[in-house]
Design a protein around this ligand. Structure first.
Ligand code: SAM
Length: 249
């Protein structure tokens, strides 16, 4: 029989600066029975910094169904669990969405009678952090996560450069230069073609947010060509973590 206190907390953790964690998140991480971690070693750094000794188990993108069943069993036993990813908000280009979906399906009765809860413990995400300091219009935007490496990639670039909405996506240091080159090529095409005339030649800006909340945090904005030129000339900065925003000026 299900105990009535089971909770799965979805806890946001820092995206760089280990002090970027809410008081509530720290209290919850210290008080739950188990923390489900994308990478237990990564999370241990955070827990050690905040003197938290809670038990951890791994839950990551390649976890088997048996791990999900184990988590469901813990909830059925009335345990309190917290899910964290390596950085930021679980489920946002990180493991979590599928686990929550399965739990909502498998424990539908327990969730509806309130004996199992899934609660958010909001906090940092590179998505919101980047938009908040970019200065670009973001009353509405499209978030694309990581772009596909091959299939559909060029089609997406076409959509991004012609979109009237701000588009945001995550990028790795290995692909950022290729991405900036592709954006530049697509922008050159659009502004020299009938498509560009049709779109009234939108004035587009590319903003790259790098290493947010860390020592080398920086924001570089301008035309795709200008941003590409900047990183070509400052190749030592083609490292770390990147968010790319394409917007109307
Ligand atoms: N769940 C995370 C979130 O809420 O932001 C995102 C996880 S995703 C696996 C990792 C990607 O997020 C990185 O490749 C980078 O694109 C972006 N990212 C994470 N931390 C960042 C940071 N400090 N500065 C810039 N981008 C970051």
């Amino acid at each position: 029989m299900t105990n009535s206190n089971a909770v799965l907390y979805i806890v946001a953790t820092p995206i760089g600066n280990l002090e970027d964690i809410t008081i509530r998140a720290l209290k919850i991480l210290a008080s739950v029975d188990v923390i489900l971690c994308e990478d237990t070693r990564m999370t241990k750094r955070l827990l050690t910094r905040h003197e938290i000794n809670t038990a951890t188990i791994s839950y990551h993108a390649y976890s088997k169904l048996s791990k999900v069943e184990q988590i469901i069993q813990l909830l059925k036993e009335g345990k309190k669990l917290a899910l964290v990813s390596d950085a930021g908000t679980p489920g946002i280009s990180d493991p979590g969405a599928e686990l929550v979906s399965i739990i909502r399906r498998e424990l539908v009765a327990e969730i509806s009678d309130g004996s199992v809860k899934i609660e958010s413990v909001p906090g940092p995400s590179a998505l919101t952090a980047s938009l908040s300091i970019s200065g670009v219009p973001c009353a509405n935007f499209i978030f694309l996560g990581f772009l596909p490496h091959k299939k559909g990639r060029e089609t997406l670039f076409k959509e991004i450069v012609s979109s009237q909405r701000t588009c945001v996506f995550y990028e790795s240091p290995h692909r950022i230069m290729k991405t900036l080159e592709s954006l530049n090529t697509h922008f050159e095409f659009i502004s020299s073609s009938a498509v560009g005339d049709y779109l009234d030649k939108p004035n587009k800006k590319v903003t790259v947010c790098r290493e947010l909340t860390k020592v080398f945090e920086e924001v570089v904005g301008g035309s795709a060509g200008v941003v590409l030129d900047y990183f070509s000339k400052n190749f030592d900065k083609v490292r770390g973590e990147f968010v790319v925003i394409v917007s109307n000026l």
